[in-house]
Design a protein around this ligand. Structure first.
Ligand code: ATP
Ligand code: MG
Length: 363
């Protein structure tokens, strides 16, 4: 599904770096924050996890961050619910670790109060009185900046920052990053631009002071070429439309559009000519019945009619999928096809999806 693509305003310059010297062609070299969005239920959490595994492969350290408070990552990796703490959840192919963090707004607010005001204990008292709820409910922008703030902090975090800082700013800048990449399992397409555009969201809230500074630092990471927003979709009309609208909106907000992950792609059961005929309803029911009769099956005519109905439906669905896939070429972004796993997504399935992403150059 990948094809050559020209640079576009949404494509970070870093993604082209080293293309000719790299043994394999990786689309997102230089990107350290991968935001994964898409229509609800299309596989955001699944593909964010698969992308984290793919990026970690070969000895890297990757953090997978969840912000919707649903413990989807723990379920996927078959581990107990994640506390508000970075935990290793998987070892990637050819070495490398995936760590995960389930961020919740309340815990992030306590962190924040402690970081800027030394107020952890007071903060805990505040949560008992529901003040945190109050603050994050009346100011949803505040809630988002707390969540994105955790992800961007992990992107910037360097090994032993205190030690490096003591040796002077130049050393601090040279200390290696704790994580090679961070993958954010983000809110759905309808909310993504607002979620990421925290700067605008807190603008009405704080013009100066620590909240403002914090929002500025978060925004700096999100707008940098180190961050891209990937879109997950399935080949159906509504999700594809949402994907295209989301891409336009994210691009308009001045953020970098990443790739399109086309999830749950099914393999055709017939050759192209057979598919075209079946989609037009031209299935030789009598030939199928003859085959069934020769195989000694009961009620060959009825089974043949039912089977041919399924073949027509399959062919028509594939025709619709082809049209949907065609529409996804319009934004000119890299596209990746991820197979539909008939047996559902277990841990082995996640590794298969990660491998598919790697084979297509996404990591
Ligand atoms: N490639 C695939 N093959 C088969 N099933 C899949 C695949 N990808 C995802 N699924 C299944 O689809 C369902 C939805 O996936 P997932 O939870 O990742 O979507 P989501 O976009 O994160 O949903 P939500 O909007 O609820 O957060 C899950 O049951 C998941 O196991
Ligand atoms: Mg999800």
């Amino acid at each position: 599904m990948r094809e050559p693509r020209p640079p576009s305003p949404g494509r970070p310059a870093a993604a082209h770096k080293l293309r000719w010297v790299s043994a394999r062609d990786r689309d997102w070299d230089g990107v350290r924050l991968h935001v994964v969005t898409g229509k609800g239920g299309t596989g955001k959490t699944t593909l964010a996890a698969a992308l984290a595994l793919a990026l970690a492969s070969g000895g890297k350290k990757v953090l997978l961050v969840e912000v919707e408070g649903r413990q989807g990552i723990a379920q996927l990796f078959d581990c107990p619910p994640l506390p508000y703490e970075e935990r290793r959840v998987a070892v990637a192919a050819r070495g490398g670790d995936v760590h995960a963090l389930a961020v919740d707004a309340e815990a992030a607010l306590l962190d924040y109060l402690e970081m800027f005001y030394g107020l952890r204990r007071a903060g805990q008292a505040l949560t008992r009185f529901g003040v945190v709820d109050f603050a994050t409910t009346i100011a949803p922008g505040m809630r988002d900046v707390l969540l994105t703030g955790k992800a961007t902090e992990a992107v910037r975090r360097r090994v032993r920052p205190e030690r490096a800082a003591r040796r002077g700013a130049r050393d601090e800048a040279r200390a290696p990053f704790v994580y090679d990449a961070v993958v954010l399992d983000a809110p759905p397409t309808g909310r993504i631009a607002r979620f990421l555009n925290v700067n605008a969201e807190v603008a009405g809230l704080a013009k100066v002071g620590p909240v403002r500074n914090h929002a500025d630092r978060v925004m700096e990471v999100i707008r940098s070429p180190e961050t891209v927003v990937h879109f997950v979709t399935i080949l159906e009309e509504m999700p594809v439309q949402e994907c295209l609208d989301g891409i336009a909106e994210v691009h308009k907000a001045g953020l970098n559009v990443g790739g399109i992950m086309v999830n749950m792609v099914r393999s055709p059961l017939l050759d192209p000519a057979g598919l075209a005929e079946a989609a037009d309803g031209a299935v030789d029911v009598e030939a199928i019945a003859r085959g069934l009769r020769a195989a000694g099956l009961d009620r060959p005519e009825q089974v043949a009619r039912e089977l041919s109905g399924e073949v027509v439906e399959h062919a028509r669905r594939l025709r619709a999928e082809t049209a949907a896939r065609e529409r996804l070429t319009a934004p000119g972004r890299p596209r990746y096809a991820l197979p539909h796993l008939g047996e559902g997504v277990d841990l082995a399935g996640l590794y298969r999806l990660a491998e598919a992403l790697r084979e297509q150059g996404a990591a």
